[in-house]
Design a protein around this ligand. Structure first.
Ligand code: SF4
Length: 403
């Protein structure tokens, strides 16, 4: 749902086992004034037809699964959006069942639903849990009502607290909360109020995203009218560092630039597939998949997706095999997002490349500046200060094939 991270460049370690299944639900009850995700207004009839199309699409993979049992093993499902919590629990149950019938779904699979507080009634959350979901990721964004109104969000901070209580009562023992920082008119102390309120909710996982306002976002006009501005860059850095410091003190462990979790077992197993160069399939409109070295995207519009599935046309576009250098670049970008960083000896085995020999001359200045940690032959990782400048550090890897 609401994603811009502190760095927008993509992330590795060892590939997570099993394939991930991403399911895109492109419907929202209202469109937030900063959003440029693939979404549209919710409509009951459209949603029902979309779910039918999704199930047909998922089932079409059952053939592949029969032909190639290895490709059929999956261990995460992630309902992202949009607002997946607008689905009826019976629809979630049908989609999960279609996945079970088409893939060999591990018994301990992580099944996440992204949820907005306003559509997370106790009955609905109980229904999601009964349908097989075992992880909820709430788009809270702020615990200050004034900020929520500025963003055009439909919920209040009290509704967010109520949703977390309802999630626990429904039996979810894995709950993640998203917050956004660097909001229009937000001071560092106001941001930290939200971080403290998040800690009070005792989630298992949290994501801190930086709000990036795209050029034509309605929020830009509202900012101009109301005279709101965003804090200077130094304040954004202070928000990030002090927010993470408070989460450290509360017992969370940072494992990725924008993500913290309580015990390691509460890290997002699905998202780790993106950061560890794993495989994932994607169903629904406007989604991206990477599977066995091949990448594709699906058609953008929900209606196009429904029509194509109904008439037996392919919904996958731009299918291509990733080149060796492209894969390596991604492994480096994505792996460096993780606090554990890059495993240099493993990369040497898997790609036949000594990363420090190739990139060391350009990276050493970042090591000297305290932005990178280099353990020769073992590990290369961003420090927390380095995470603030991750884009600069990672730019070293772009087009680094010949040096
Ligand atoms: S709820 Fe999320 S996906 Fe929907 S409009 Fe708002 S920011 Fe965009």
């Amino acid at each position: 749902m609401e994603k811009p991270a502190i760095s927008n460049l993509p992330g590795t370690g060892s590939p997570a086992p099993g394939t991930g299944i991403y399911i895109h639900i492109p419907f929202c009850a209202a469109i937030c004034n900063y959003c440029n995700f693939n979404r549209g207004l919710h409509d009951d009839g459209l949603r029902r037809r979309y779910v039918d199309a999704l199930i047909t699409d998922i089932r079409s993979w059952a053939d592949l699964s029969r032909r190639s049992p290895e490709g059929a093993k999956a261990d995460t499902i992630f309902f992202g959006g949009g607002t997946p919590s607008l689905l009826e629990p019976a629809e979630v149950a049908r989609i999960i069942q279609a996945c079970r019938e088409s893939f060999e779904l591990a018994p301990d699979s992580e099944i996440t639903i992204e949820a907005n507080p306003e559509s997370s009634t106790p009955e609905r959350l109980q229904g999601f849990r009964a349908a097989g979901a075992n992880r909820l990721s709430f788009g809270v964004q702020s615990f200050r009502d004034e900020e929520l109104r500025r963003l055009g969000r439909l919920h209040s901070s009290e509704a967010a607290r109520g949703a977390v209580r309802a999630a626990r009562a429904a039996g979810f023992d894995n709950v993640s909360l998203d917050l956004m920082m660097w909001l229009p008119g937000q001071s560092t102390s106001e941001w930290l109020t939200s971080v403290d309120a998040l800690i009070d909710q005792q989630p298992d996982h949290a994501s801190l995203y930086l709000l990036e306002i795209y050029p034509n976002a309605p929020l830009r006009d509202e900012m101009a009218r109301a005279g709101w501005s965003v804090a200077p860059d130094e304040d954004a850095a202070a928000m990030y560092l002090e927010g993470l410091a408070r989460l450290d003190r509360a017992g969370f462990e940072q494992y990725e630039i924008s993500n913290v979790a309580r015990p390691a077992a509460r890290r997002s197993r699905h998202n780790l597939k993106y950061w560890q160069a794993g495989d994932w399939l994607a169903f629904g409109c406007g989604a991206h998949a990477t599977f066995r070295g091949e990448r594709w995207r699906t058609v953008s519009a929900a209606t196009d997706y429904i029509d194509r599935i109904a008439t037996g046309q392919d919904v996958r576009l731009d299918r291509r095999m990733l080149g060796a250098e492209e894969r390596l670049e991604e492994v480096l970008f994505m792996g460096l997002r993780l606090t554990e960083g890059l495993d240099l000896s493993r990369l040497h085995c898997s790609h036949g490349i000594d990363i420090w020999t190739r990139y060391g001359p350009d990276l050493s200045t970042y090591v000297s500046a305290g932005l990178l940690v280099h353990e020769p032959g073992r590990r290369l990782a961003l420090t927390r200060n380095g995470m603030l400048l991750a884009n600069d550090v990672m730019s070293v890897f772009i087009g680094g094939a010949v040096r």
